[in-house]
Design a protein around this ligand. Structure first.
Ligand SMILES: [Zn+2]
Length: 240
């Protein structure tokens, strides 16, 4: 589908999805590039309500696998669709490893992947085409602090680094899932601005990652070309 074309004021919703409803899902909403909402959700119904609040023109970015490895009908270890090697991970995960951005194979994230796939289907059914993102990859590729989010000090470092990029972010007590949601929403904003590319395979599953550090100061490090697998994002080009 084509994304609805909207002005720069359209919103970007970031979702740091938990594998199960009883765990915290981080939710961040950018409106006009400003953080308009930072909170947490539990159930799929809650998450879909935040999508509705973001509006039909919102870009929605989710930190979770949204597709299965090619050829897999499921993620069960004992299903005949599993053939080793090669059916545990997706191309996107192999691309990330080449970019020195460690990640886990989809099959090792079964519970989260099942929920991500289900949520993506529900969102598509309601008219959105969600982007798969990975906050750790976004932070790494933008040369921002990416580690230590499990400690208060690490979260404050990430929060401090994000503040110049995300006006309205004044939440030093944000949870790690809320901070990840901010990075998801910010990645959606970069996508909207045409400042991203994709990794992975179009017929399997793509992830949106930043193309370059933001050259808003003269200290920005040079553009990196660390992987060659970029392909256009299939469901629609970023609006210009
Ligand atoms: Zn199967």
């Amino acid at each position: 589908m084509e994304y609805p074309r909207a002005g720069g004021g359209a919103s970007c919703l970031g979702i740091d999805l938990a594998g199960v409803e009883r765990r915290e899902t981080g939710i961040a909403l950018l409106a006009d590039r400003r953080l308009a909402l930072l909170t947490s959700a539990a159930s799929d119904a809650d998450i879909l309500a935040f999508a509705a609040r973001a509006g039909p023109a919102a870009v929605i970015a989710i930190n979770a696998p949204l597709t299965r490895p090619r050829g897999r009908c499921c993620l069960e270890d004992d299903c005949p669709c599993r053939h080793d090697p090669g059916t545990r991970s997706r191309q996107v995960e192999r691309d990330l490893l080449r970019m020195k951005v460690p990640t886990l194979a989809t099959a090792l994230l079964k519970v989260l992947a099942r929920r991500g796939i289900r949520l993506a289907e529900a969102l598509r059914g309601a008219g959105w085409e969600p982007l798969e993102v990975y906050p750790y990859a976004t932070l790494r590729l933008l040369d921002l602090p990416a580690t230590g989010k499990r400690t208060p000090l690490g979260r404050r470092r990430i929060h401090h680094a994000l503040q110049p990029l995300v006006p309205g972010l004044q939440h030093p007590e944000a949870s790690e899932h809320q901070l990840d949601a901010v990075v998801c929403a910010y990645t959606a904003q970069l996508w909207r601005e045409g400042r991203t590319r994709t990794v992975g395979a179009a017929d399997e599953g793509l992830m949106v990652v930043p193309t370059m550090p933001l050259a808003w100061g003269d200290t920005a490090p040079p553009v990196r070309h660390v992987a060659e697998a970029g392909v256009p994002y299939a469901p629609g080009e970023p609006p210009q």
